[in-house]
Design a protein around this ligand. Sequence first.
Ligand SMILES: Cc1ncc(COP(=O)(O)O)c(C=O)c1O
Length: 401
Amino acid sequence: MPFLADRLARVKPSPTMAITALATELKAAGRDIVSLSVGEPDFDTPENIQEAAIAAMRRGETRYTVFDGRIELKQAACGKFKRENGLDYEPSQITISNGGKQVLYNAMVATINPGDEVVIPAPFWVSYPEMVLLCDGTPVPVSYPQNNGFKMRPEDLDAAITPKTKWLILNSPSNPSGAAYAEADLQGVAEVLLRHPHVWVMTDDMYEHLVYDDFRFRTIAQVEPRLYERTLTVNGVSKAYCMTGWRIGYGAGPKQLIKAMGAIQSNSTANPCSISQAAAIEALNGPQDFIAPHARVFKERRDLVVDLLNRVPGLHCPTPEGAFYVYPSCAGVLGKRTPAGETIESDEDFVRYLLEETGVAVVHGAAFGLSPHFRISYATSTEVLREACARIDRACRARSG
Ligand SMILES: Cc1ncc(COP(=O)(O)O)c(C=O)c1O
């Protein structure tokens, strides 16, 4: 009898974390590595939020809390949804978890039976299909061409839905493409979903605050209130508040679903860190004035990287609406040979070549379900970005054929 569960054979460890680990290893071995693979803001957690955590510790808030989050944090999440998204939720419709990641995972454990299908627009965040597989479900990736700006067309969604479809996962702005669905895009998606009342939507709004050029963020339950009863809206403090290490995410949806997710959390991790919850209350209720300046910095970096990459022979980099990623095509370098005489046949070959030859760590598109592309995270300084793009440029010009 095998010791490890069969489902583990279907699951891959996170490729983005693997690249980051390899880059760290090469760096430790003395190589000059520039890593553009991490998915977190390079700003510190704002001071008022840090102070709230310190004060909570001093007050003795160091014990278990309610397993799915303190009422004050649930209320703060309700306030956020009302203020920013025009959505009405009660605290009993909110769950607080160890990051948005656990919210998504709890929802899947709570709802997916073997063989249930989950439609996932590609390119997708690497963890969605793996979570579905861990729940014995079937991920159904839907590819859409770059000329649609990396956004799923309603007709492609319609074609992917079967009687077994349980969820559609939406992620806007997207990791890895940075593409964001405008209101009209969401209306197109919503029209399809209204025709398929058995399909629920899990919307991952983690990058909500990182949108540029006057893009107006909207979330699907706000755009189509008739979907409210079958939408789980997921958000968190990691990206907007520079709190990736604190591990607080939250989800809002129908009470019955939220209760089921709580039952899972109460028997697995129980409450997220009490101190992080105090910090997250301050994040959601406190001053929001640092968010716009951060977004301005990210926009400048995005413009720099898009401009530099579009000068590189063989690469084409669209301008995304949000997040801190670009997802250039490397179709123009496929079939070329490296100075060492190896042919670049895939985006995976290309990123390996970049890492080995130039020390630049990026993630291959195949990991996100859409090739031939690669993902660059521009959540780092402009000096690092300039250096990385110069190295990528040299590497692409150094090909022998
Ligand atoms: C699209 C997306 N969703 C969710 C998460 C997880 O965020 P959290 O830190 O809240 O678990 C990430 C983190 O990289 C992400 O990129």
